[in-house]
Design a protein around this ligand. Sequence first.
Ligand SMILES: Cc1cc2nc3c(=O)[nH]c(=O)nc-3n(C[C@H](O)[C@H](O)[C@H](O)COP(=O)(O)OP(=O)(O)OC[C@H]3O[C@@H](n4cnc5c(N)ncnc54)[C@H](O)[C@@H]3O)c2cc1C
Length: 302
Amino acid sequence: GNTGNGLVAPISTSPNGHFQSQNGHDSNPFPHASHPLLSGGTDLLVQRLDELREQPVRLLFDQSGRRGIRHEAGAGRVVLGAATTASQLLESELMRRLLPRLPDYLKLVSSTPIRNMGTVAGNFVNASPIGDLTIMFLALGASVTLADASGATRTVPLAELYLGYKKLAKAPDEQVTEISFPAPRSDDFFNFEKVSKRTHLDIASVNTAAWLRVENGVITAARLSAGGVGPVPLLLRRTGEYLLGRELNAETVAGANEVMQEEISPIGDVRGTAAYKRLLLRQLLFAHFLRFVPELKLVELI
Ligand SMILES: Cc1cc2nc3c(=O)[nH]c(=O)nc-3n(C[C@H](O)[C@H](O)[C@H](O)COP(=O)(O)OP(=O)(O)OC[C@H]3O[C@@H](n4cnc5c(N)ncnc54)[C@H](O)[C@@H]3O)c2cc1C
């Protein structure tokens, strides 16, 4: 039927991943599995509005089973429904407790009306190399659960979803149902940095997130992500490995920058030259560490 906003949406997907017609009767999933998945539409409707007016879509946004943020204390993981919006992340008590500065980071993402619609899975699957939520969740070590048209599920690390520019290790009929990440400890470090031409309501030139665990003065676990410096949102694995076993000091940061510069491959575009993006990411790496260790001497880094 017509949803009232001009979109024809004769089918929807139930929370268990099976397809239903809108009158609630099961229908054969196969004719519909190729229809586009529409969540908040803040990417898809911008990109393909005319085309989507003409065809059915699989609506995900209003599926109650795709919402909610919970802490699975036993497994030590936080689990979110795929259609969790940026606003729901921002307002979540649980997320604020685990990541106290998350609201500040999320205020750098789009605007209130767009955050009310834009979902976490939509950001992941849109696969922009500068997706802000993707960059945050890469550093959080997120995994995604994918369900195919038959309801079969598999879980993959978010970083393994990205094969090349807008090329995903995901079949078109597969939808993200859940996202999870290991709950950070209160003494872990997490930070997100974004540089854009305009501070608010602008996409990033370069963005990056960092998560570190430090025990007895030594980094014992690390994840660093970066966007706008390659064809996909990057988990900088080698830079993360470099940090292991090292102290949080200027020498470590300088060494990490050298490895990081080898791991990225920015190109020049409207948002700046390749050299500018390399410099930006270096500065943002420094910003992470200055946030973690305010007494680090910036002059020692430059
Ligand atoms: C004005 C404006 C400003 C913006 N600013 C920013 C910004 O600052 N930072 C930023 O990162 N982004 C920004 N965006 C982009 C967008 O808001 C986000 O990427 C958002 O998270 C997309 O989510 P969505 O639910 O709207 O996705 P949709 O548009 O519904 O879908 C995007 C893609 O994901 C697929 N998809 C959605 N959900 C699923 C699922 N569960 N399983 C499988 N596939 C799925 C769709 O088929 C489609 O291919 C902006 C957009 C606008 C219009």
